[in-house]
Design a binder for this molecule. Structure first.
Ligand code: GLA
Length: 365
């Protein structure tokens, strides 16, 4: 039987590559402040089938949820951002040309199961999956860290989202069995085994879609951190070791900086808790992280707070928090082993009685 790729392009794909979404356990809005993060990967992934062409045309196709084909094409050297999914691929080829990385045109088919706007890095998954497929198809000499850095630059320089490096590094280097402890200042990283005999993970999408570029919430948080650094005379908030120094700042900047400084310490403590298998402590840190994002960083929304609140009514839950950039998206929680599905079902059931959106369970799948 012919695949969708073969039907569309009348030839088989030359290669296939995939990349999953990520969920951040703790360490939010620390990556663009030179701090620490602790993400892991989720089962939902983006798959790219690709075949090189001998000219400079790029043809893309993706299937939406209703099975409708959406297509987009452009020519290498003529990339223009259009505020659509095709921008990510255009951004990659645009950046490769600027970096002297030689490729030709290609035909590609994308299928993605990473929900968009759910705070689980669907854009980084798309970028990393494409980078892997292009690396394979054109035998590019790029390692996984270089791939992550190029993908971040596409977001920053072509798409216009000033995202940090967490998502691309997590997706390029991480896996589902570990959390990736990453120091975003020097990009050193370590895989920390998740103690599955002591914990289970759940991820619930609130149904409130976020977009990092829209509304400017994400970019304005970044600017506020930059202003706080300027006022404190430091290069990055990572350089501030204790919250005591922050009292000299105007209140808004004090709150933003306090989140970042305390969150960095929580990531370090979370790594210790994971290594000791102390799930109660990890849960407590996740709770504290959520409160800090809600009250100091102000990136939560009511639906997310309700999901976290309902999570904490479950005795088997150790902790839960908003994950990702915020302004909607998903929560991540940890609970006793083998309990994630039952617990998540009860949380969703109660939460959906309290707000209009329909929350859905993403992990366990
Ligand atoms: C988004 C960005 C990341 C990071 C998080 C917040 O996911 O892409 O770089 O800043 O928000 O922790």
């Amino acid at each position: 039987m012919k695949t969708a790729f073969q039907k569309l392009y009348e030839r088989p794909p030359a290669c296939m590559a995939e990349a999953p979404g990520r969920v951040n356990l703790i360490g939010e809005h620390t990556d663009y402040n030179g701090g620490f993060v602790l993400p892991t990967l989720i089962p939902q992934k983006t798959i790219v089938h690709l075949a090189p062409r001998s000219d400079s045309k790029v043809q893309l196709a993706t299937m939406d949820r209703d099975g409708n084909l959406r297509r987009f094409h452009f020519l290498l050297g003529e990339e223009h951002a259009k505020d659509g999914w095709g921008d990510y691929v255009q951004g990659l080829t645009w950046l490769y040309a600027r970096e002297g990385i030689k490729i030709q045109g290609f035909d590609a088919m994308i299928s993605s199961h990473v929900p968009m706007g759910a705070g689980l890095s669907s854009s980084a998954a798309l970028l990393v999956a494409f980078s892997r497929a292009i690396r394979q198809a054109f035998s590019l000499d790029l390692n996984d860290v270089q791939i992550a850095l190029l993908c971040q630059r596409v977001e920053n320089e072509f798409v216009g989202a000033r995202v940090g490096i967490m998502d691309q590094m997590a997706i390029s280097l991480g896996d589902q069995e570990h959390a990736l402890f990453l120091d975003t200042r020097d990009l050193s990283s370590r895989l920390i085994a998740l103690p599955w005999d002591r914990m289970d993970l759940f991820v619930i999408n609130s149904g409130v879609r976020h977009r990092l570029m829209e509304g400017g919430g994400y970019n304005s948080r970044r600017s506020e951190c930059e202003e706080a650094c300027h006022l404190l005379g430091v290069k990055q908030l990572r350089d501030v070791e204790s919250s005591d120094r922050l009292s000299q700042l105007p209140e808004l900047y004090q709150k933003r900086a306090r989140h970042v400084v305390t969150e960095n310490q929580r990531v370090l403590d979370a790594v210790q808790a994971l290594q000791k298998g102390d799930m109660k402590e990890l849960g407590r840190l996740m709770q504290a992280s959520h409160a800090s994002m809600r009250d100091d960083y102000e990136v939560s929304v009511q639906e997310i707070d309700i999901l976290v609140e309902e999570s904490m009514r479950e005795p088997q839950v150790f902790g839960a928090r908003l994950t990702g950039g915020g302004f909607g998206g998903s929560i991540v929680g940890i609970c006793e082993p083998g309990q994630a599905r039952a617990v998540a079902q009860r949380i969703v059931e109660r939460a959906s009685r309290r707000f209009d959106e329909t929350p859905s369970i993403l992990v366990p799948e």
